[in-house]
Design a protein around this ligand. Structure first.
Ligand SMILES: [Zn+2]
Length: 441
């Protein structure tokens, strides 16, 4: 209780300092303690997010915008009066959304759970924490990237700890992924992003979805390729195919070079004929990976090996009932995982096969001998970590070291976050960590 009172007092001091002109304040979190607001709240502090250095996980004041063309709703990290006149839809690339339609949104509320501070519990990598960086500086929220005693390197978008690539558990990756495209918010324009490849004549657009119905005499795999478009302000045609890049819709109005990311997560909601099969292909850099999904043998073939569909009973019964199944492929952190209805089927290390060429990350769906209907296609990307100094691209890497009882922290909105990459002393000691952060709304 005494500790929480001290924290409350210091948080009130932070409130006063909120009005101090400070660049750091823009990227900080203001800890707003409301005395008596909660019962049994001694271990927690209510906080209001200031700034968008943790977007899209946490939002400070921002605006919500709906695309006139595809009706995709997205958030931009600025107030209405500071937005450019025209906004670009990050989903379909429509470039004439008038910013007068932006709907101002309050900052998100979060709860800082001080019982989970580093002094009482070892923090995990990827935890979101609130910290008090140093005397006279406002508190801020960041994500734990480096653990005590680790040497962290950041390069080519990835995080390496003591020389080994750091991989996010799938549940964490799911939380941290950034939306790139959702065909549910579609239009005729958006469906043009899927292109039947040479000789693929049995793919058709019907009722806003792509359907494959093999004609008699057809043989071989007929590929339907997804192409990413440049959905940022640009003078080139929006239908120009580009690789997936580390664009943040939150950062409208900030000019910088975008990094190509090979770390994508694709999800297909599809209806497939009973005992049917289809193929999936991922081109990642210079490497191409192909899966054959066979619901008759309840197996997936990849790279000459057969993997059983673990919850095949469930998925097969859904297929038999004419319900859709969800097939996902994730290539985050140089690992490729295929999931069917949320169950992991194949997981392979891509370190050796990793192509660094700046080619597009295309997903292709292969119709074979069974009917198939793609009802919804979604694409996300991983956070691309880089050295943000002067917004330059990072071809090499930076190395940071955490001492005993110290942590390295970064914001999810890598281009604008001020964090361990910039601080004179990159590591934060355990006693500077106020607690882990959970979202209230
Ligand atoms: Zn749109």
């Amino acid at each position: 209780m005494r500790a929480s009172l001290e924290r409350a007092i210091s948080a009130r001091r932070l409130t006063t300092r909120r009005f101090t002109a400070s660049l750091g304040l823009l990227f900080a979190v203001w800890l707003n303690v409301v005395a008596g607001c909660r019962d049994a709240n001694e271990s927690g502090i209510d906080a209001v997010v200031v700034g968008n250095s943790m977007a899209p996980a946490c939002w400070g004041e921002h605006a919500r915008v709906k695309c006139d063309e595809c009706e995709f709703s997205f958030r931009v990290g600025r107030q209405k009066d500071k937005l450019p006149e025209k906004l670009v839809c990050p989903n379909c690339g429509y470039r004439s959304i008038h910013s007068s339609k932006a709907d101002p949104q309050p900052a998100q509320l979060v709860r800082v759970d001080s019982q989970n501070s580093a002094s009482s519990r070892k923090l995990g990598r990827w935890d979101i924490v609130a910290i008090r960086p140093s005397k006279g500086r406002p508190a801020m929220i960041k994500r734990v990237i480096g653990l005590p005693g680790e040497s962290i390197e950041i390069g080519h978008g990835e995080v390496f700890a003591d020389g080994a690539i750091v991989r996010k558990p799938l549940n964490v990756a799911r939380e941290m992924r950034v939306t790139v495209f959702d065909s549910l918010f579609g239009s005729a324009e958006v469906l043009r992003r899927f292109l039947p490849q040479h000789g693929a004549r049995d793919w058709k657009v019907m009722d806003g979805s792509w359907q494959f119905s093999p004609s008699s005499g057809s043989s071989g795999t007929q590929w339907l390729a997804y192409q990413q478009w440049r959905c940022v302000a640009n003078r080139l045609p929006r239908a120009q195919p580009v690789p997936v890049e580390d664009w943040y819709a939150a950062n409208v109005g900030i000019n910088r070079d975008l990094n190509v990311t090979h770390d994508i997560w694709a999800s297909l909601e599809c209806q497939i004929e009973e005992n049917g099969r289809f193929d999936l292909k991922l081109d990642r850099g210079s490497a191409s990976h192909r899966f054959a999904l066979d619901f008759a043998t309840k197996s997936v073939t990849f790279d000459g090996r057969s993997y059983p569909m673990r919850d095949s009973g469930f998925s097969s019964s859904r297929v038999a009932a004419g319900l859709s199944v969800v097939v996902e492929v994730c290539t985050f952190d140089r690992q490729m995982t295929l999931l069917i209805d949320g169950s992991e089927v194949v997981s392979v290390d891509l370190t050796a096969a990793d192509g660094r060429a700046e080619a597009a990350s295309y997903v292709q769906i292969g119709g074979v001998t069974s009917k198939l209907r793609i009802e919804r296609f979604r694409l996300w990307r991983d956070i691309y970590y880089f050295d943000v100094v002067r917004n330059r691209k990072l071809d090499g890497s930076i190395a940071l070291r955490a001492g005993v009882d110290e942590y390295l922290l970064m914001g999810d909105n890598v281009p604008i976050s001020i964090d361990s990459r910039h601080w004179p002393s990159p590591a934060v000691s355990a006693d500077q960590i106020l607690g882990t952060v959970s979202l209230e709304h």
